[in-house]
Design a protein around this ligand. Structure first.
Ligand code: NFE
Ligand code: MG
Length: 508
C-alpha cells in the first residue's frame, strides 16, 4: 500500500524546503520537492542603480553571499567591458576559496553529520575536553529542567540506524564542536580581504577594493594552514569513516545522471571566456560524455511553479511574476533546464565534469587516488556518498590552491580597475557557488537595472517538475530510496541533504 510521507522542514540551513514522497513496500515511488516561500530579489532590483546589485544579491544568503556578490560583479564586468587586474581576480579566488571551505565544513558537520552519528552519546562522555564537558553539562541541565529529550537543535530527530560505537560517536561530536571554531577561522580569512562577512563590502566590478599588504597575506595564510590541517586530519577521515560505516549509500541517491558546471577559480583572470582553463572547468556531462558549456541552452520552465510569466525563457530575457494561487503549481522554485533537461549541480558535478574534461592532470590524479582508497569506479560517485566524497575532496584541493594563489599576489599592486556604468548594456556573470552553478544576468537601461535574473544552484537541484512533467534532480534521486519506517524517513532525508540544499537561495 502506498503511503504519503512529508519531510518538512527538511534542511538545517536557511529556508523552507519540504519534500513529499510516496512510499510503497518501503521504497520511495514518487517525490515532490517544494520551495515554500517567495522572496522577490529579482523584482526588488528593478529600477535600481546597477552598483546596488552586488550588495543586494549578497543578501540572498548568509552562507554563500560571496558567490552572489561575485556572480553580480562578473555580470557587471561583462556589461562594462572591464577585466580585473591580476591581484583582483586572485583576491576573488582567495575570498571565494575561504567561503567554500567554511560552507563545505558547515555542510558535513553541522547540516549532515547528525543524520549518522548519535548525539545522545555525549551523556556518556567522561573525558576532560572543555567543549565536550560544556556540551554534556548543557544537555544534562536541559534534561533536568525539561525532564526529557529533545534538546534543540540536536533533537528531536528521526530514529534510524545511527552509529552505535561510543568512541566513534564521541570523536565525531568533538569534531562537530571543533568545526564551529574552524568555520569562524575560515570566515576571518575571507574577511581579511572582503571587508566583512557575511555580505562583503569590497567585492566590486573591476576587482576587489581591499589593498593587499604583506601583513594581510600572512594573516590569511596563518588561518589557511589551520583550515588545511582540519581538512586533512578530520574532514577527509570523517567522510571516509561515514562511507565505511554506511557502504549501502554508494548505491542509494543516484541522481538524474546529467551534470552541469559553469567553471570556477580562474587561473588567468578571464572570467567570461571559454572557461575551460579554470581550475574546475565549465561543461556538461551527459551519459558519461563531456561537452563544452553552451549558455544559450539554459532556460527556466514554470508550469509547476507559482509564476505566471512565460515558460521556457532564457534568463537574459527572463521574467519573475509571482502567482500564489496558480493551479497545478507546487513550488516557488522555477525549473531550470539545459537543452530541456534537468541537471545536477554542485561539487559532484564540478568534479565529474573536470575529471571527464581531463585537462587538469593533478585533479584527475586526486580523483583516481580517492577512487583507489574507496575501491570504486567514477560511476559510483553518482550516489549519496559520492556527493559527500566529492565535496570533501574539492574542499581539500581548494585549500591547497589558495596557498598558490596567495603566492602570486603582489602587495602594493592595484587590485581593481576603474569603470563607467553605461546608459545601456547587458552582461552575464557565471560562477560556481559551493552548492553549484550560479548565474546572474543583468540588463541596464537609462543607467538603471532594467532586468535582473538569478539562476541558482539549489533551484537547479531542487527544481519541481518541468513543462514536460520531468522531475527535478532531487526528486529523481529519491526514487527507489529504501525507507525502513515511513514514520522516520531518515534515509530519504539523507539523500536530500547530500545535495546540500539551501532554499533561501533557491527561491531568492
Ligand atoms: Ni544559500 Fe547558495 C550556494 C547559491 S545555494 S547557499 O552554495 O547560490 O542555491
Ligand atoms: Mg531566478
Amino acid at each position: 500500500m502506498s503511503r504519503k510521507v512529508s519531510i518538512d522542514p527538511l534542511t538545517r540551513i536557511e529556508g523552507h524546503l519540504a519534500v513529499k514522497v510516496d512510499v510503497e513496500d518501503n521504497r520511495v515511488t514518487q517525490a515532490w520537492s517544494q520551495g515554500e516561500m517567495f522572496r522577490g530579489f529579482e523584482v526588488i532590483l528593478q529600477g535600481r542603480d546597477p552598483m546596488d546589485a552586488q550588495q543586494i544579491t549578497q543578501r540572498i544568503c548568509g552562507v554563500c553571499p560571496i558567490s552572489h556578490g561575485l556572480a553580480s560583479v562578473h555580470a557587471q564586468d561583462d556589461a562594462y567591458g572591464i577585466t580585473p587586474p591580476e591581484n583582483g581576480w586572485l583576491l576573488r579566488n582567495l575570498i571565494l576559496g575561504a567561503n567554500y571551505i567554511q560552507s563545505h565544513i558547515i555542510h558535513f558537520y553541522h547540516l549532515c553529520a547528525l543524520d549518522f552519528i548519535d548525539i545522545t552519546a555525549i551523556l556518556a562522555y567522561s573525558g576532560q575536553d572543555p567543549m565536550m564537558t560544556e556540551l554534556k553539562s548543557w544537555v544534562q541541565l536541559e534534561l533536568r529542567e525539561n525532564k526529557t529529550l529533545p534538546v534543540a537543535p540536536f533533537l528531536p530527530r528521526y530514529e534510524g540506524n545511527y552509529v552505535t560505537d561510543l568512541d566513534i560517536n564521541l570523536g565525531a561530536i568533538h569534531h562537530y564542536l571543533r568545526a564551529l571554531e574552524i568555520r569562524q577561522i575560515a570566515q576571518e580569512a575571507a574577511a581579511i580581504f572582503c571587508g566583512k562577512i557575511p555580505h562583503s563590502t569590497t567585492i566590486v566590478p573591476g576587482g576587489v577594493t581591499e589593498k593587499v599588504t604583506a601583513d594581510k597575506l600572512v594573516a590569511y595564510l596563518g588561518r589557511l594552514q589551520k583550515l588545511k590541517n582540519f581538512i586533512d586530519e578530520c574532514y577527509i577521515p570523517d567522510v571516509l569513516a561515514v562511507a565505511g560505516a554506511y557502504p549501502e549509500y554508494w548505491e542509494i541517491g543516484k541522481g538524474c545522471g546529467q551534470f552541469l558546471s559553469y567553471g570556477v577559480f580562474s587561473q588567468d583572470g578571464r572570467p567570461n571566456a571559454q572557461r575551460s582553463n579554470f581550475f574546475l572547468p565549465a561543461g556538461t556531462l551527459q551519459n558519461g560524455v563531456y561537452d563544452t558549456l553552451q549558455i544559450q541552452r539554459i532556460s527556466e520552465e514554470i508550469r509547476h511553479s507559482f509564476f505566471s510569466s512565460t515558460s521556457g525563457l532564457h534568463p537574459a530575457t527572463g521574467e519573475t511574476v509571482p502567482a500564489a494561487a496558480k493551479h497545478g503549481a507546487y513550488s516557488w522554485l522555477k525549473a531550470p533546464r539545459y537543452g530541456g533537461k534537468p541537471m545536477e549541480v554542485g561539487p559532484l558535478a564540478r568534479i565529474l565534469v573536470a575529471y571527464h574534461q581531463g585537462s587538469n592532470r593533478s585533479l584527475n590524479t586526486a580523483v583516481d587516488s580517492l577512487l583507489g582508497t574507496i575501491g570504486k569506479s567514477p560511476a559510483a560517485l553518482d550516489s549519496l556518498l559520492g556527493r559527500h566524497a566529492a565535496r570533501a575532496l574539492e574542499c581539500k584541493m581548494v585549500a591547497d590552491l589558495c596557498f598558490e594563489w596567495a603566492d602570486r599576489i603582489r602587495p602594493g599592486q592595484p587590485s581593481a580597475v576603474d569603470f563607467t556604468i553605461p546608459a545601456k548594456g547587458s552582461g552575464v556573470g557565471l560562477t560556481e557557488a559551493p552548492r553549484g552553478a550560479l548565474g546572474h544576468w543583468i540588463e541596464i537601461a537609462d543607467h538603471r537595472i532594467h532586468r535582473y535574473q538569478c539562476v541558482v544552484p539549489t533551484t537547479w537541484n531542487c527544481s519541481p517538475r518541468d513543462d514536460q512533467g520531468i522531475a527535478g534532480p532531487v526528486e529523481q534521486a529519491l526514487l527507489g530510496t529504501p525507507v525502513k519506517d515511513p514514520d522516520h524517513p531518515i534515509e530519504a532525508a539523507r539523500v536530500v541533504r547530500s545535495f546540500d540544499p539551501c532554499l533561501a537561495c533557491a527561491v531568492h
